[in-house]
Design a protein around this ligand. Sequence first.
Ligand SMILES: Cc1ncc(COP(=O)(O)O)c(C=O)c1O
Length: 461
Amino acid sequence: MKAPTLPATNHQPRAYQGPSADEVYRLRKEYLNPALFHLYKKPLMIVEGKGQYVWDEQGKRYLDGYAGIATISVGHCHPHVLEAVHRQNETLQHSTTIYLHPNIAEFGRALAAKMPGDLKVCYFVNSGSEANDVALLMARAYTGNFDLIALRNCYHGGNLSAMGLSAHSTWKFNVPHSFGVHHTILADPYRGPWGRNDPDAGRKYAADIKSVIDYTTSGQIAGFIAESIQGVGGTVVFPDGYLKHAYEYARAAGGVCIADEVQTGFGRTGRHFWGFQLQGVIPDIVTMAKGIGNGCPLAAVVTTPQIASVLAKRIHFSTFGGNPVVCAQGKAVLEVIEREKLQENALKVGSHILAGLAKLQQKHELIGDVRGSGLMIGVELVKDRNTKEPAKAECAEILELTREMGLLLGKGSLQGQTLRIKPPLCLTMADADFLLEVLDAAFTKQEAQRPATPPQAAVRV
Ligand SMILES: Cc1ncc(COP(=O)(O)O)c(C=O)c1O
């Protein structure tokens, strides 16, 4: 099989003159957090990016199918974003919100204009975890209740409150963090009891929320939080109607509804600007990060004036939140998404990839499920389609093979058995064809290297 060829680019990367990848890895092991992980057997060092492509220190180019974990939304080093940031960096890098600055005010207005309903009050912070922490505070302060409902298999961040919400043992330390958080069953039509052929599946999964409220809380809750499509959990797409019913149960128990749009926001899902719109609901609080800043430390919480008024009873402050440089970057990102119709592009190119993956699923037994929306795509690998035993080692092998062929992807799910495809939203159809060709070649090679494993009895659901 001929090796797939990356589509051409005009960009000439600079000659890299820094330390070797081996030296950087050595420094990292000696001086940095020892829990840092890397995806490949031999860690990859990326030193330059342009649009949807990145380069390693040897000058090898890759299609960035993971976007620094769903973060590069408009493409690496976009000229409009660079110009806005350079201009602001040369003028004033920091002042904080004790003084007025036009960038934070104008960015707040631009962001509010993208929100439905009465969601128009913005809080700027520095990370998705921090945004979710603020959202929890809001929910509790506003309702006067304490308990929160989250979903199993969710990921909401790594600080203590977001760790408490998250429901993957992988990310949870054995320290007190989950007090008051209750995890409802996962609305997963691939692995759960109600599948895609059940039109009532959304309501059936949501019914567990009522049960959790009735049996494990006082009957009154502070809120319900969900990613609109689970990201780290392996691109789990809830059945239609799930969030509508979930919100009804949460609100009936006095709670507010929080949508974590850290991965699904800013047009990534193609059909809508926000992921929750796929389910026809309007949350009370929305948290966002990653794609909002195209790579800078920018995150936000947007809520209603009514909820925000409760947080005004005390001082709520973040030194860097809404910094002039990151707000210039965030505003420029919004402008590019609109100007270049990137949401529409995500739908067109993402649908093409999903259709191509469905064909690959017919050809390669390892592909158990293909799902997603726009450029938020998951390909779940199983050792056996009947038992659905997660194909963890095989998924890691596919990642290695795709890297060799110039394609970067991610992985997720509890066992790391799901390939995650979340490229910048500027991906072209030619890039999409390359991605599909590489995956086809990688699965073919993997099958040749490792004959299919006989079906196993155990299924981990
Ligand atoms: C859905 C979701 N929420 C929150 C977070 C936490 O964001 P951060 O890493 O910026 O704290 C993440 C990070 O991956 C995420 O995927």
